[in-house]
Design a protein around this ligand. Structure first.
Ligand SMILES: NC(=O)c1ccc[n+]([C@@H]2O[C@H](COP(=O)([O-])OP(=O)(O)OC[C@H]3O[C@@H](n4cnc5c(N)ncnc54)[C@H](OP(=O)(O)O)[C@@H]3O)[C@@H](O)[C@H]2O)c1
Length: 329
């Protein structure tokens, strides 16, 4: 079977390769075998290849945070899944044509949704939902602020907030990203600048903003902090600038801002399976109904993983880049 693999840490598009590996074995007791239908390239995957993510796996390494897959074989003792079922694997190493895995790590997904959207279910939708709900008790009419607002996570936050009547201030780094976010239901969209706090104050009529959600890090957090209410919480969940999160002493002492971080992995590890499956089912329903949708910029076969990676890594694209390891879907 074909798989994406890297053998050295470095620039993601240079290091990633499509290689031939032995076929995945038939499933043992309690296991299933699946065909991977589609996977997105996420920033965390690129950071993994660049050696900048939380874990540095031994090389050569396969990778891939998420995918959507179809069951092709079931082992003995697997009662809740059948051949033909659509599943989201909760483990990693998903950038392969086939994989054999514990059945209990697969979430069954009802038929009828857009498969490409389901390929992006495991990581970004729960991240957006949990960051919006776990830190500040926001009610309809309240405001939140986020940067990298035209990212996959950012667009989900806009859609989820709109559904709850929560208003959003969205920071982007280029003006051409504004119309799409407005169409999605964003209340305020601004291009990042040193004048951010003045603009946001004007555009929100001086609203109190108690939650900031940041994926950029560095001095972006200082500019965001200047827009927030005293004692607001900033949740940092990415490092797109490559720079560590920063706040000024004025913000930590006089405004008493709180800076914390979110990472999905511990939530997946520590949440009772029933609760996690419940959230994924809700999110899958929202995808099925079209309430949650993330644009796809392009799809590639697995053999063209380098081109897919290049398009993804260069950013300034119109959506996520997906790879279809077993052909068009
Ligand atoms: N902590 C967690 O558990 C967790 C879970 C999921 C995602 N994440 C993080 O969430 C972030 C977004 O992920 P995604 O999959 O939604 O991303 P995505 O759809 O691939 O979009 C990437 C976004 O990053 C922006 N960007 C890239 N470099 C930037 C920079 N130097 N300064 C400002 N913006 C920049 C891009 O803006 P342009 O369009 O202008 O290029 C685009 O909006 C990533 O940092 C990812 O690692 C974290």
């Amino acid at each position: 079977m074909k798989a994406a693999q890297f053998s050295a840490y470095g620039p993601a598009a240079d290091m990633i390769e499509c290689v031939e590996l032995p076929d995945s074995p038939s499933p043992a007791v309690g296991e299933i075998k699946v065909d991977v239908l589609a996977f997105p390239i996420n920033p965390a995957d690129m950071l993994t290849i660049e050696g900048l993510y939380a874990e540095r796996p031994p090389l050569p390494a396969t990778l891939g945070a998420e995918c959507i897959a179809r069951v092709t074989e079931t082992g003995k003792g697997v009662a809740h899944l059948s051949v033909g079922d659509l599943v989201v694997p909760l483990g990693r190493q998903n950038w392969v044509q086939q994989k054999t895995m514990p059945a209990k790590q697969a979430i069954k997904i009802p038929e009828g949704s857009d498969i490409q959207q389901l390929a992006m279910l495991r990581v970004n939708p729960p991240t957006a939902h949990l960051m919006m709900t776990q830190y500040v008790d926001l009610k309809a009419g309240d405001w939140l602020m986020q940067d990298a607002a035209n990212s996959g996570v950012g667009k989900l936050i806009i859609q989820m907030a709109k559904a709850k009547g929560i208003r959003t201030v969205n920071v982007v780094r280029r003006p051409d990203a504004i119309p799409e976010l407005k169409d999605l239901g964003a209340d305020v969209v601004v291009v990042d600048s040193d004048n951010l706090a003045v603009e946001v104050k004007e555009l929100t009529d001086g609203a109190e903003i108690r939650l900031g959600i940041d994926a950029v890090g560095g001095t972006q957090i200082i500019r965001m902090g200047d827009c927030l209410a005293d004692e607001a919480i900033i949740v940092n969940y990415g490092l797109l600038s490559g720079d560590n999160p920063q706040l000024s002493a004025h913000q930590t002492v006089f405004k008493r801002l709180w800076l914390t971080g979110f990472w999905l992995l511990p939530w997946l590890q520590n949440t009772p399976p029933k609760e996690a499956i419940g959230l994924y089912s809700e999110l899958a329903n929202s995808i099925a109904s079209g309430d949650l949708h993330v644009p796809v910029a392009a799809t590639f076969p697995l053999t063209e993983i380098k081109d897919a990676m290049k398009l993804s890594r260069d950013y300034k694209r119109d959506g996520k880049v997906l790879v279809l390891p077993n052909g068009p879907i």
